[in-house]
Design a binder for this molecule. Structure first.
Ligand code: G3I
Ligand code: 9MR
Length: 565
């Protein structure tokens, strides 16, 4: 009887503790010593909060909560616990007499270093055409899937030289997401963002050991990882005309099986202007980035980029249309002006040929936040980075202006937001499918404004958005597998669901909250910032994708560089 009572009391205590822990929301990994440090408390919490040292259970800092504010996107009223003044390294939790206490977190230098590595390693885990060995993949080792040495030209892509059924080899590359297909459009922004990370912070990445098969070959591991996808991407260009296949795919999505069990035929589907321009932009960027380590490849890449550009100029409106026998991801997009701008900018920077600058009206075009379907901001990112080495054709004043105006627009929301983040600046459209990629790309743009101006608020806002991704959000989840006290355990990722390992493959950013409910799973909310479930069913909020991981790679790298200086 006594034992039963003890068990019941222990159970009740532990559930109320968990409940309480979920109510104080913060970055579940932790903070750089000199960083802004914020936790979010529910409406009924007022008065003071404290920071408690978990090794002594003693409070080490106390302050008052802010006045509560309402956030329409989550339907909550919340207040802010700001403990930025507290800078002593250690392990802590936040306590409040009504709000309970938070998950434990750390304060220390290099707080994002492990995540920086894991977010790149996720790309390795999504490699097609190779076995993952235990020495690199640990408990997530698996056999090779998708050799892709036999790919059939689909009817939609047939030409005289490569008719329907023509077989070619298109191995390597990264699986796009939870599915096993390879899409040129989404490879564009994803691969570029990793290339930009290296191009902007080469010294940091030269020192980063990822324990991948190529580690120790004299080339930085990040470049080795990117090369895996570039090698595939090169094969997706038709050597006869320069056009690029929109995707290499099965006809239907595979079941919940491991890569080597997903053996349906693979097809090269339709050449598209969107895919071809993404290819041109990425290959032009790669030519710059690899010139030091592999000049022959750099030469091949720029030639492929120019060939692709010519195809796109001659075929400017070949929009992707999903053939009736193909059911996989579409990445369809009928607005390709921004793809032309981006490819032209990268080709201009790499070749120094004014014709590319003059091909577009750069003085007329705006900026924005990048996504797979809106890549124009990437042109400004690259132009700003290379501003000291451009020809006289470029307007340097305009380039700086575009970056700064985007940064300032986002900062307005950071100052206003109840969660002290920039997400929500564009209202509900910040909560679309892949909303965690959206906030990652807000931060990518904020970092560019910081690099140009050195103004700390841009960096603080980028870091605040990182706090959002790691737990300071209305769902209370850390949105990265394997990181934080409450990470996703059931992402829509076939390998994670089909293997025999409890923990999902680590280092993946899941899509994040958005109210569309396109998958018809059971949700407990329909609000933009809280419609999220950690369930395999939820591919509209809980899938993983390379274009949502890529800004996490960029951002963790940038923060490790700027916050540890
Ligand atoms: O742009 C419109 C916006 O104007 C409108 O207000 C809003 C209202 O819902 O919708 C916006 O479009 C959404 C679009 O994503 C935004 O990028 C669509 O509703 C939404 O359905 C669409 O989702 C895409 C999804 O595929 C379905 O097509 C995601 O962007 C895209 O990331 C996702 O990609 C899939 C691949 O196809 C297959 N592999 C996995 C990958 C990730 O889930
Ligand atoms: O698994 C697929 C995921 O990668 C896509 O993003 C998503 C939308 O295109 O589709 C998923 O596949 C689902 C399919 O569309 C409908 N039947 C259930 C599939 C998931 O199990």
């Amino acid at each position: 009887m006594r034992a039963a009572l003890f068990l019941i009391i222990t159970f009740l205590l532990s559930t109320s503790l968990l409940h309480a822990q979920g109510e104080i929301k913060l970055n579940q990994i932790g903070f750089y010593p000199d960083a802004q440090k914020i936790a979010i408390l529910p409406e009924d919490a007022t008065g003071n909060f404290s920071v408690v040292d978990v090794s002594t259970d003693e409070p080490v800092f106390e302050a008052e909560l802010s006045d509560p504010k309402f956030w329409e996107l989550s339907g909550e009223t919340v207040s802010i616990a700001d403990f930025s003044e507290f800078t002593t390294p250690g392990r802590y939790r936040i306590e409040h007499h009504r709000g309970g206490h938070s998950f434990d977190f750390e304060i220390r230098e290099e707080i994002l270093r492990d995540l920086s590595k894991a977010s790149i390693k996720a790309f390795y885990f999504n490699r097609a055409s190779t076995e993952l060995l235990e020495e690199h993949a640990g408990i997530w080792a698996r056999p090779m899937g998708h050799p892709d040495d036999v790919v059939y030209v689909h009817e939609s892509a047939a030409t005289d030289e490569r008719p329907e059924g023509y077989i070619f080899s298109s191995p390597k590359g990264w699986y796009d997401a939870g599915d096993y297909n390879k899409y040129a459009v989404n490879s564009g922004i994803s691969t570029y963002t990793l290339l930009a990370a290296y191009e902007h912070f080469p010294e940091y990445y030269r020192g980063l050991d990822l324990n991948i098969p190529e580690s120790g070959n004299g080339v930085p591991d990040l470049l080795d990882e990117i090369r895996w996808n570039l090698d595939w991407l090169l094969t997706s260009q038709d050597p006869n005309d320069g056009g690029v296949y929109h995707k290499i795919t099965t006809k239907n999505f595979a079941g919940v099986v491991m890569p080597h069990e997903a053996t349906a035929d693979r097809f090269a589907v339709m050449k598209s202007t969107g895919g071809t321009l993404n290819f041109a932009a990425v290959m032009a960027t790669a030519a710059r980035v690899y010139s030091e380590y592999d000049p022959d490849f750099a030469q091949e890449a720029v030639e492929a980029a120019e060939f692709a550009w010519q195809w796109a100029v001659q075929n400017p409106e070949v929009y992707y249309v999903q053939p009736s026998d193909i059911q996989t991801g579409a990445y369809g997009n009928r607005q390709l002006e921004d793809e032309f701008d981006w490819a032209a900018a990268e080709l201009y920077i790499t070749t120094g040929n004014d014709e590319y600058w003059n091909a577009r009206e750069f003085d007329q075009i705006n900026v924005g936040v990048p996504s797979w379907s809106y890549v124009r901001p990437l042109a400004w990112v690259s132009l700003a980075h290379h501003r000291d080495n451009l020809t006289d054709a470029a307007d340097l004043y305009l380039i700086e202006k575009r970056i700064m105006e985007q940064g300032e627009e986002l900062l307005e929301e950071y100052y206003r937001s109840p969660y002290v983040i920039t997400k929500g600046r564009y209202g509900r459209s910040d909560f679309v499918w892949g909303s965690n990629g959206v906030i990652g790309n807000h931060s990518l743009m904020l970092i560019q404004a910081y690099r140009l101006s050195g103004e700390k608020d841009f960096l603080n806002a980028a870091l605040a958005n990182m706090d959002y991704l790691l737990g300071r959000n209305a769902t209370g989840y850390s949105f990265v597998t394997g990181f934080g006290s409450k990470p996703p355990m059931h992402p829509h990722h076939r390998q994670s669901a089909a293997d025999d390992v409890d923990d999902p493959v680590p280092g993946f950013v899941v899509g994040g909250p958005q109210p569309g409910q396109q998958d018809s799973c059971e949700y407990t909310s329909d609000l933009p910032a809280t419609t999220f479930i950690d369930h395999w069913c939820s591919y509209s909020t809980n899938e993983v994708t390379i274009n949502w991981n890529a800004p996490m790679v960029y951002l963790t790298g940038a923060l490790e560089v700027f916050k540890n200086q």
